[in-house]
Design a protein around this ligand. Structure first.
Ligand SMILES: NC(=O)c1ccc[n+]([C@@H]2O[C@H](COP(=O)([O-])OP(=O)(O)OC[C@H]3O[C@@H](n4cnc5c(N)ncnc54)[C@H](OP(=O)(O)O)[C@@H]3O)[C@@H](O)[C@H]2O)c1
Length: 141
């Protein structure tokens, strides 16, 4: 299967990518901003299974216009279709609510709600080509 995971450089996304990469029939496209952490993940996948197919995609999902114009094109460099999209990347404001700024609130809504919606819309043409077509949204604050 072809699996796209946002927020693959750490935490839940990192572990999910490793799990899927155990099966060499899967191609995993891991999205995050940290190129070095994605490289480490690729190395871990290869250590698990030499034939694993993990592809790093350094991309900031905060930029919705860039998602619209570029994300599908970047993903099509690796796969023709997408079977599973996992919207996992998330943003958490780590301060008391009373001190939360409007920018924090905007960023929370953007990364946790709007960007995942735009990612789904952008990948619909590739999801339509799959017989499986799963979208998993990991919820955030
Ligand atoms: N862990 C929990 O207890 C828990 C509980 C409830 C919900 N969740 C949700 O589960 C998801 C994963 O949580 P986690 O704890 O594994 O998170 P984490 O360890 O903080 O990792 C977040 C991931 O999202 C990526 N990311 C953040 N902003 C991004 C951006 N603008 N563009 C691209 N990638 C971005 C980060 O990569 P880069 O920094 O490299 O870009 C990182 O790979 C989140 O949506 C979180 O809200 C987690």
């Amino acid at each position: 299967m072809n699996i796209v995971i946002t927020g693959a450089s750490k935490g839940i996304g990192f572990e999910l990518a490793k799990l899927f990469a155990e099966n060499e029939n899967n191609t995993i496209i891991g999205i995050a901003r940290s190129e070095n952490l994605l490289k480490e993940l690729k190395n871990e996948c290869i250590r698990q299974n030499l034939k694993s197919k993990f592809k790093s995609l350094v991309f900031d999902i905060e930029d919705n216009e860039k998602i619209k114009s570029n994300l599908r094109i970047e993903i099509e460099k690796y796969v023709d279709s997408v079977d599973i999209l996992i919207n996992n990347a998330g943003f958490l404001v780590n301060k008391p609510f009373a001190e939360t700024q409007i920018n924090d609130i905007n960023k929370t809504f953007n990364i946790n709600l709007i960007s995942p919606s735009v990612i789904i819309q952008s990948l619909i043409p590739l999801l339509k080509l799959s017989n499986v077509k799963h979208v998993v949204n990991i919820s955030s604050m």
